[in-house]
Design a protein around this ligand. Structure first.
Ligand code: GDP
Ligand code: MG
Length: 370
């Protein structure tokens, strides 16, 4: 655009409109906030305020948030991120609860654990694992469709008394599509009707060949009810994680994915973010989807305030201007003006898209516009 409204210019620079008007007056221009300025005048003002001219476009956004590739020597091992999937009632929630109870609550003062949608456990051998506490395919697929690839390992839960069911097959397909390795947890082995070998045989029909059938997919018999096999399951995950050689660079601006978010009455918008690269610190300025903010506080899965969160760590983030959506990506940026620019740009784009769709515009027209 070759002209810009005074108020818009102020907005883009994250400066007060009154200050911009004052500065224009000093330059001999009597304008109100609703008047437009030509390119040259706008640039003078921008220089006056010590800003770089930012004309936002998709590629600008990419430039700001996608820092250079990490140098391999800066990469350090990070914990695996695990999602539990399987047919309804096969014990996903129970398994998560059982793991959490044996590994998390026992070590905590008072045993009070707040639910933040993800948590970390340490296995007996000392491996740290991050679990996404969002069992179900809906969460997995909606995150994937939003471009967030958060899961490193899928635990496929199959009840030994019910064997492979429709959602088991769905889960297998999701894991395959996402190219995420799988570990089979044959659950409910405490039940008299349990038949683990039947599960293994039926999985074979879906090209899942477990170790006990001489394949390479780890399978573990567990009972969320009695706790049987849970340690073995955790060690299997640790082994799978080692094979994956998961790495990230903790010494860079953080990037993460929103696991869940809500508007908290007392604390304002709160998002649980899984850090995927870099380290998020108190005071960091970030953009997350169409929202932005400055980290006011970070709270870990034990409800404790922490100063920072590194790769694969789930953390509650306070200090947002609005509530983002699950699957939104968080990026730390240099300045509040940038954060705001990107957030506003994105919400304009999605508003335009909604409007265009509402007016019956074709996809081609939509793309041409963007
Ligand atoms: P989800 O739908 O996959 O999350 O399954 P839930 O965790 O809600 O479990 C469904 C039912 O199976 C509940 O009544 C659980 O108590 C029960 N259940 C889960 N795991 C076990 C297990 O290992 N043994 C037995 N006997 N029951 C279990
Ligand atoms: Mg459940």
């Amino acid at each position: 655009p070759d002209a810009i409204m005074v108020s818009e210019l102020a907005n883009r620079m994250a400066e007060r409109v009154a200050d911009v008007v004052k500065s224009l007056m000093k330059m001999g221009m009597m304008v109100t906030q609703n008047q437009t300025l030509d390119q040259d005048t706008a640039e003078l003002i921008v220089e006056e305020f010590g800003h770089r001219m930012v004309r936002v476009s998709d590629s600008d956004v990419e430039d700001v948030i996608h820092q250079t590739e990490d140098d391999p020597k800066d990469l350090k091992p990070r914990p695996p991120v695990i999602t539990i999937m399987g047919h309804v009632d096969h014990g996903k929630t129970s398994l998560l609860d059982a793991i959490r109870k044996t590994k998390v609550v026992a070590g905590e003062a008072g045993g009070i654990t707040q639910h933040i949608g993800a948590y970390q456990v340490t296995t007996d051998s000392g491996a740290v694992l991050s679990f996404l506490d969002t069992p179900g395919h809906a969460a997995f697929t909606s995150m994937r469709s939003r471009g967030a690839h958060v899961t490193d390992i899928v635990i496929l839960v199959v009840a030994a008394d019910d064997s492979v069911m429709p959602q088991t097959i769905e889960a297998i397909n999701h894991a395959k599509a996402a190219k995420v390795p799988m570990i089979v947890a044959i659950n409910k082995v405490d039940k008299p009707a349990a038949n683990a070998d039947k599960v293994r045989a039926e999985l074979l029909q879906h090209e899942i060949v477990v170790e006990k059938m001489s394949g390479d997919v780890q399978d573990v018999e567990v009972s969320a009810l009695t706790g049987q096999g849970l340690d073995e399951l955790l060690e299997s995950i640790a082994i799978q994680a080692e094979i994956l050689e998961l790495k990230a660079n903790p010494d860079r601006a953080a990037e993460g994915a929103v696991i869940e978010a809500q508007l908290d009455v007392g604390r304002g918008p709160v998002a649980t973010v899984l850090i995927q690269n870099g380290t998020l610190k108190q005071g960091d300025i970030f953009v997350v989807g169409e929202q932005y903010g400055k980290v006011r506080a970070l709270v870990n899965d034990k409800g404790e305030r922490v100063a920072e969160a590194g790769p694969s760590v789930p953390v509650e983030v306070l200090g947002l201007n609005g509530t983002p959506e699950a699957g939104d990506v968080l990026n730390v940026v240099a300045t509040e003006a940038q954060a705001r620019e990107i957030a506003e740009y994105r919400s304009n784009v999605s508003r335009e898209k909604r409007a265009a769709v509402g007016a019956g515009t074709t996809l081609e027209q939509l793309m041409a516009k963007a």
